[in-house]
Design a protein around this ligand. Structure first.
Ligand code: NIG
Ligand code: FE
Length: 409
């Protein structure tokens, strides 16, 4: 061998997420070089004595190594508090009623506009750290609590800074089309036109937009309204994802598929034609049980039909202050199984391999294969089914992103 690897990790159990199942390897070994995986397999298949292969050999006495988890749908950069809305919903008000009375997204917009960049970072950072402790090395962060150029910029810069500080890989998503801000009240099309012609190109120019998202729902924007914005994004080379069909079937999943979208998210109400469109386009189904549980919804996403159609399913927290104050991707995995009927294998692939696909990162992360980023999580667990089984189980013992161990507080 020409060059020693930087590191070789030996573990009693490895789950690679490479393939259709867990990809279990007993007495496994992971070689790491220049932040990439240089070997994955059984220790018995190593091409020599461990000490002769790598500069550092780390033998984990117990536990399980998996790909670091991926939370591919979060809104974790926001200011303000909305726990009162939780109490109001418990007392009988609906999410839509609270939004109509000036609460909901607009309440977070007011608080986020007011917060300084430093303040926004200070209050958002612990949320990313909580996900890191839960095994997450890659996360998506959406804007959408600014709804003007200045605040959307502030949110997306904050997201980038979080990645620099924690060492996690952060994918930024521009969600300007989240709600109509007060200054555009009654003029949603003017607002969308401003996003299309001014805000999106300016943010894209600064490298702040890895993907675009929008809220497609009767209480937000229609597919017809969103099409020009998505077309502009695709013209700029920016991939599309969509908050679709959560409260009604409004053709959202089909719109995401029409633009070869990375994912259609929520999709509780998506019907047969939307599922077929997703299957044909390779659009990932982003399953978000947190919002379903927190909002007390009763219509579940069509898991069996998605499975039958061969649509890949991802699972995420949807971490946000209104519909999903969920700080654990493993809790989302549990709920995806217990409430939606996904299998633990599907939920595991949903926060690893398929979550990477939902971010367009499948060549880089989400499974353990030679040449991919060394993004790993080490768990005090015996088997990957336990990632979905526990609600509040032991935090990750260690998490690596690009071969570098994250500081877990
Ligand atoms: O459920 N895209 C829509 N909304 C968020 C919730 C936003 C909020 O209530 O603050 C979601 O993904
Ligand atoms: Fe969301």
């Amino acid at each position: 061998m020409s060059e020693l690897w930087d590191r070789l990790i030996l573990a009693p159990s490895v789950a690679t997420a490479d393939g259709d199942g867990y990809g279990l390897i007993e007495n496994g070994a992971i070689g790491i070089h220049n932040g990439l995986i240089s070997f994955v397999g059984a220790q018995s298949a190593l091409p020599g004595q461990p000490q002769l292969l790598a500069r550092e050999v780390e033998e984990l006495a117990d536990g399980l190594l998996t790909p670091a988890l991926i939370d591919a749908h979060t809104h974790l950069v926001f200011a303000g508090r909305r726990a009162d809305e939780f109490e109001r919903r418990l007392a009988g008000e609906s999410y839509a009623q609270i939004a109509a009375s000036g609460g909901g997204i607009r309440a977070s917009v007011a608080a986020t506009r007011q917060a300084s960049a430093e303040e926004l970072l200070r209050i958002s950072l612990p949320r990313a750290r909580a996900l890191a402790a839960d095994g997450v090395a890659t996360l998506e962060i959406k804007s959408g609590y600014g709804l003007d150029l200045e605040t959307e910029t502030k949110q997306l810069r904050c997201a980038r800074q979080i990645g620099k500080i924690t060492g996690q890989r952060v994918c930024t998503t521009f969600l300007g089309a989240h709600a109509v801000p007060a200054e555009f009240k009654g003029r949603p099309d003017d607002y969308l036109e401003m996003l299309r012609t001014q805000v999106l190109p300016t943010l894209a120019e600064q490298g702040l937009v890895d993907a675009i998202d929008a809220y497609c729902e009767h209480l937000a924007f229609s597919t017809e309204q969103l099409r020009p914005l998505f077309q502009a994004a695709v013209n700029l080379g920016i991939p599309v994802k969509l908050h679709a069909d959560q409260l009604s079937d409004c053709g959202g999943a089909a719109l995401a598929a029409e633009f070869s979208g990375l994912s259609a998210d929520h999709i509780e109400y998506t019907g047969a034609s939307g599922i077929e469109a997703m299957a044909n386009a390779g659009t990932v189904a982003m399953i978000l049980p947190g919002a379903y549980v927190v909002l007390g919804e009763t219509t579940r996403p069509p898991i069996a039909a998605l499975r039958k159609a061969g649509v890949d399913m991802a699972v995420a927290t949807d971490l946000n202050p209104g519909s999903s104050p969920l700080l654990s991707v493993r809790a989302a995995m549990h709920l995806a199984c217990a409430v939606f009927g996904m299998t633990p294998t599907e939920s595991f692939l949903g926060t690893t391999k398929n979550a990477a696909r939902a971010l367009g990162l499948q060549e880089q992360t989400g499974s353990l294969c030679v040449g991919m980023s060394a993004d790993l999580a080490w768990w005090a667990l015996d088997h990957p089914v336990e990632l979905s089984y526990w609600l509040g189980g032991p935090p990750a013992k260690a998490v690596w992103c690009r071969g570098i161990r994250l500081k877990l507080s």
